[in-house]
Design a protein around this ligand. Sequence first.
Ligand code: NAD
Ligand code: UGA
Length: 464
Amino acid sequence: MTKQFETNILCIGAGYVGGPTMAVIAQKCPKVKVCVVDINKTRIDAWNSENLPIYEPGLDEVVKEARGRNLFFSTEIDKEIADAEIIFVSVNTPTKQYGIGAGKASDLQYWEKTARSIVAASNTNKIIVEKSTLPVRTAEAMERVLNSNDKGLHFEVLSNPEFLAEGTAIADLHNPDRVLIGSMETETGIKARKKLFDIYANWVPQEKIVTSNVWSAELTKLTANAFLAQRISSVNAISALCEATKADVKEISRAIGMDTRIGAKFLNASVGFGGSCFKKDVLNLVYIAESNGLPEVAQYWEWVIKMNEYQETRFVENMIKAMFNTVANKKIALLGFAFKKDTGDTRETPALFVSKKLAEERALITISDPKALENAKTDLKDLSGISYEIDPYVASRDSHAVAVLTEWDLYKTLDYEKIYKSMVKPAMIFDGRNILDHQKLFEIGFDVYRIGKQALLHSETAFI
Ligand code: NAD
Ligand code: UGA
């Protein structure tokens, strides 16, 4: 280890979590050496360049401050494992697509491979920190893989799940609601927990650093995502009822959110939630409940996902119905492809579902997004009839309909008069994020379709 540093941290996995998390630890702890490794050389090269591999507000500045000082990105995994005292594992844990538990369970192949690499390359005792989201009791398996080594080494496994949300990752890391550290309740476990506690205490107020047993920490992460996803599915379920009853879901969200027992956040009805984690983590919880012989618990949580699929389907079916039950050869502009604003990430984005459904109906789709067009091209490479255009005005030109699928701020302030004039009439707008000024759009001339509130239509004979 380089002498100038007090501690040597390694993170395996340089993705949406590993990169920003380690950059902030390095920024806030200049005496700690932080290295991030990955098997993906292109990703590491990008972390070492001016063009970081992910878009995240504020990330460039943090990386610039720490990179080369105490933050390093490398592909020399074995060497860095050997040097490290604390190793975070932040590899991907996607939904398993094969064999037992296919479609629900976590695919732990990357995680187990990492554990085995750690054993093979280590010559000293180490603290291993589960940063990836994992099924409850994974730490037990990790301990067995790690501690069945014949080198006489001891590995202490901690669970330190990450709660950052994409698009606000740096703000979330700088000022987290809480940091959770779970350990075995043994002498070595508690000592390791203290070491990690002290690292976070460099910038996180101590009362916000919560400790627990390792199983609680693992299950807390899945529970947190399940509760957040459940809020969106709950409000989306009510949005469908609003459309049928002339109630307004925004008014309902505002009023129920003022109940301090409920709270105002995460009550925006939308085309559906996306992102790499909600679906996979809720399904993982469903699988864990099933595996523990608790079918009612499994079904309870599975409905959070089913409601999300219902909302996505409802949105695109409403579009088709409104467009006189045929979209074949009609140009439709989709504004936004990322799963939320301020990220280029498109994993599980509702826009993918909407695009595929419209393409099946032979619509001519133009996708616009300020940060996600490259990912969109990869996601939709097998579909024909799709074009990509960063300029929303060009994307909307000659279209029959425009649909807002990501809540990018820029879509709130577009010149919709100009867009309206350039479109085929009757011009329709579908606000999948409820962010636009609907009355104003209606006055411009659009037929306006929104989530959780009756549509504003110029003709009595409109289809919905
Ligand atoms: P990601 O796919 O962006 O990054 C994972 C990285 O791990 C990839 O770059 C991959 O190449 C690398 N990797 C895989 N196997 C490896 C190995 N054997 N050695 C070295 N590198 C390896 O994933 P992510 O979004 O960063 O998520 C990582 C974990 O964090 C997941 O478990 C996820 O559920 C959890 N999580 C994600 C978020 C989020 O907002 N994305 C938030 C909280 C928790
Ligand atoms: C989510 C959690 O918020 C993080 O705490 C967690 O760490 C992370 O998952 C994870 O484990 O990966 P993320 O998926 O990055 O973060 O983004 P969110 O802000 O949670 O948004 C998820 C989806 O829900 C987006 O598609 C968003 O547009 C949608 N959403 C969110 C709504 O439709 N309505 C809302 O009110 C809020």
